[in-house]
Design a protein around this ligand. Structure first.
Ligand code: PLP
Length: 387
């Protein structure tokens, strides 16, 4: 029989994916469906990165790599962490992982023993609960109220603390809400971590898509020694399928993570590591991708303006827009299904991301500007004609 940890890995929340699969299948069958339900780019990896990989694979980069990552890659990741946090980061404060998910897994394994407890700030990315279950740890979900712009609330987090709480997991810019946590709220969170001797696990995979200045809680006073930052090549560099990310944290903790890599990946692919190093060193695609999502957000929200039935919440950064549709239809799943049937737009029902996002829909900005504009017009028409 399988271990409890493995058997305990189950899809979390309500199954919003059914709407996505229906939208996708109907599009494949030739219908004019606009699919705004996934979080993957609609464009390829920048050609410079692809060339770097081809050159590397044609060279003799076909061998094992050091467990913490190739020295050149580690240096490039440390430089990216310096930019992300504003704190000078040394190569031995970072470790290369298989995607942001690999970094998240390492962080959770690194700070929680079976039986320990964590706080997961919601709405959250779908894999979070299972990542704790896989470590044998329990967790409490603490919602961020929609009317508060999905910002974390210190009083709600305090109320969820237990004697065995070891860590808090946050994500800013946020998936699914697009909220970018304010300095004030991050400081409040940091104070809780310091007061109760907790780790802060900070998922910052969308840090280049935040619009303004990115605030990493690692840079707040007294936080560098208790923060582990999850970073990724996926979103910032247009490299979702390359499966590369990294974890940043105190040297001693990162040294232990090297041992974890021994029993998980046993090092990452050499030619992909070289391509990632070159992409990081030269910022391939980063500015262009950030500008693209900012322009898409503006186009969508502009086209939606005047739709009084729906309210925009969060939606400041990342790849997503969150719309409160409860004034039209409180059942967000019903809204999503009916929107798909009537106006042929596929979106994710908010309730699949937790209670606070119920009555909302999540829209991915993973389509071109004209398509997003058309989608906004369809949502607007749908909302005003509903019932
Ligand atoms: N964290 C968040 C908030 C995400 O949205 C995602 C992917 O969608 C990940 C982590 C995982 O990213 P990666 O592709 O780097 O594993």
């Amino acid at each position: 029989k399988p271990s409890k940890r493995i058997a305990g890995i189950v899809p979390s929340g309500k199954d919003g994916w059914e709407v996505h699969f229906a939208a996708w299948n109907r599009k494949q069958a030739g219908e004019d469906i606009i699919v705004l339900s996934v979080g993957d780019h609609d464009f390829d990896t920048p050609s410079e990165t692809i060339e770097a990989c081809v050159t590397a694979v044609r060279g003799s980069n076909h061998h094992y790599t050091p467990l913490p990552g190739l020295p050149r890659l580690r240096k490039a990741m440390a430089a990216a962490s310096t930019a992300c946090s504003g704190m000078l980061t040394e190569p031995d404060e970072v470790i290369a992982t298989a995607g942001g998910q690999g970094a998240l897994y390492a962080a959770v394994q690194g700070v929680l023993d079976p039986g320990d407890h964590a706080i997961v700030v919601a709405p959250y990315y779908a894999t979070y609960p299972n990542t704790f279950s896989a470590a044998g740890a329990s967790f409490t979900v603490v919602e961020t109220p929609a009317e508060d712009g999905f910002q974390p609330r210190a009083d709600m987090i305090q109320a969820a603390l237990k004697p065995n709480t070891r860590a808090i997991l946050i994500n800013t810019p946020n998936n699914p809400t697009g909220a970018v946590y304010s300095r004030e709220r991050l400081e409040q969170l940091a104070n809780i971590c310091k007061e109760h001797d907790l780790w802060l696990l900070s998922d910052e995979v969308y840090w280049t898509l935040g619009g303004g200045e990115h605030i990493s809680p690692r840079s707040l006073p007294g936080m560098a020694e208790r923060t582990l930052v999850i970073n990724s090549m996926s979103k910032s560099h247009g490299m979702t399928g390359w499966r590369m990310g990294w974890l940043t944290g105190p040297k001693a903790m990162i040294a232990l993570m090297v041992d974890l890599n021994l029993v998980t990946t046993y090092g990452l692919p050499a030619f992909i590591s070289i391509a990632c190093a070159e992409a990081l060193e030269n910022h391939y695609g980063v500015k262009d991708i950030a500008e693209r999502y900012a322009a898409r957000r503006t186009v969508f929200l502009d086209a939606l303006r005047g739709a009084n039935e729906v309210t925009v919440r969060g939606s400041e950064g990342g790849m997503y827009i969150m719309l409160d549709v409860s004034a039209v239809e409180p059942d967000d799943e019903k809204f999503a299904w009916t929107l798909l049937d009537k106006e042929k737009v596929g979106v994710m029902p908010g309730s699949s991301f937790g209670e606070a996002a119920a009555g909302h829909i999540r829209i991915s900005l993973c389509q071109s500007e004209p398509i997003l504009k058309e989608a906004a017009l369809r949502v607007r028409r749908f909302a005003s004609n509903y019932r």
